[in-house]
Ligand binder design. Structure first.
Ligand SMILES: C[S@@+](CC[C@H](N)C(=O)[O-])C[C@H]1O[C@@H](n2cnc3c(N)ncnc32)[C@H](O)[C@@H]1O
Length: 392
């Protein structure tokens, strides 16, 4: 019997109430072992910290293919595999190489329906014609809309009996061929007005316009999140009151989602060079599409990374930060604190960190401690925007 308790989430946030596996992982593993297919015909999607892949490897299966959206999960799988001495698996993007010839595809249900749609499309498109997709989740997070998404890509969708508060959905008989055009990202055009700063709506007046593109589960889809909007609205203050943007700033959009902050900043500050970085592969794909749609490829570089770990200390004049609030399905401040610590590391002395966060969070204190003196730029009952200056 595989000992799931040996698994760690590191480098993702670790805390006593956060685990590296759940009962859904165990049900998916049990289902695959009972199906008796070889490891080379199994693909795993959404294996958060590697629990499914490593338990199947431990049972003697090899050649398992796995896709994880988050680079933190990918690194955790590598670390856990090293600790267990396991090597019978390969990591892939969500593409044909992951799925070709796969007959059992095990899926930890993603939070968003758009992400599930993308997964179901990929499995129906590229896996074997007799492939079975087995998707599991915690019962309290499951909705009938998930069955509807699966039913768009599979002729049969069978919910299984719940066990230990988790449930599996078994989808079989994929319904569409590989020739169907690949799904395009969701796109949406946004117009931002900044009264009092030269950006205002109306005839003949300047405004900031850009397109957002979103694949799968990228944050807020192609919509503009209200927290993001609050930071965009503060950008005029950023332009006029900040020494960090005076010359040709090197800017980091830390946790870029669909790239809204990077693109808006690039359009407002033509000399700036920007690195937009996120730990989610869907976010990175979305930001790349956003950057291309706004013709900013020569100014914005997009990277898949955990908290900017590939970027040098003090390499940024300015960091734009809209930190995550939820961590998976649980609410945890650790994820936000981690990005604040990263922002402090990345910013040069005298450089600035501009942050938007839910007003009830204690981020201003953490920003002051980690980065330096922090002033409030705007505050509503929901969102606070702050500017922190990196202390020497
Ligand atoms: C609240 S969203 C903000 C997205 C975008 N900046 C905006 O304002 O619309 C937070 C983003 O941070 C990313 N994120 C969370 N933890 C991260 C980490 N450790 N490293 C990089 N990105 C992370 C999430 O994937 C998500 O896209």
């Amino acid at each position: 019997m595989f000992d799931f308790s040996r698994l760690r989430r590191f480098p993702d946030v670790e805390a006593p109430n956060l685990q590296a596996w759940d009962a859904t992982d165990e049900l998916l593993v049990q289902w695959a072992l009972e199906a008796g297919v070889p490891g080379s015909e199994i693909a795993v999607i959404g294996d958060e910290y590697g629990a499914i892949t490593l338990a199947l490897s431990d049972a003697g299966l090899s050649g398992i293919r796995v896709h994880q959206d988050l680079v933190t999960g990918r690194r955790a799988l590598v670390n856990n595999a090293r600790a267990l001495g396991s090597s019978g698996w390969q990591s892939h993007e969500l593409d044909e190489t992951l799925l070709a010839g796969a007959r059992v595809v095990l899926v930890q249900l993603p939070k968003s329906l758009a992400a599930l749609e993308e997964i179901a499309d990929a499995v129906a498109r590229w896996a074997a014609s007799d492939a079975v997709l087995v998707a599991g989740g915690r019962v309290k997070h499951m909705t009938l809309a998930q069955n509807d998404v699966l039913a768009r890509h599979f002729a049969a969708v069978q919910p299984q009996r719940a066990a230990r508060k988790s449930r599996l959905l078994v989808a079989s008989a994929p319904t569409h061929p590989a020739e169907k055009p690949l799904p395009a990202p969701e796109t949406s055009r946004h117009v931002i007005s900044h009264p009092g700063s030269g950006f205002s709506r109306g005839e003949g007046e300047a405004s900031l316009e850009f397109v957002l593109c979103a694949y799968g589960g990228a944050f807020a889809g192609a919509k503009l999140d209200i927290g993001t909007r609050a930071l965009l609205d503060a950008m005029p203050a950023l332009a006029s009151g900040s020494s960090a943007v005076a010359a040709r700033p090197m800017v980091v959009d830390l946790g870029c989602g669909t790239g809204a902050l990077a693109v808006a900043f690039a359009l407002q500050h033509p000399p700036a060079t920007i690195i937009a970085t996120d730990r989610s592969a869907a976010a990175v794909r979305s930001t790349r599409a956003t950057v291309a749609a706004n013709d900013l490829q020569d100014r914005i570089t997009v990277t898949l990374d955990d908290a900017g770990s590939d970027l040098g200390d003090g390499s940024a004049d300015l960091v734009l930060l809209n930190p995550p609030f939820h961590l998976g399905a649980s609410v945890h401040e650790g994820a936000g604190h981690r990005l604040i610590e990263a922002a402090a590391r990345l910013t040069r002395e005298g450089g600035e960190v501009w942050t938007v966060f839910n007003s009830h969070l204690d981020h201003r204190r953490v920003l002051t401690r980690e980065v330096g003196p922090t002033e409030q730029i705007t505050r509503t009952s929901k969102f606070t925007v702050t500017r922190s200056i990196k202390r020497a």
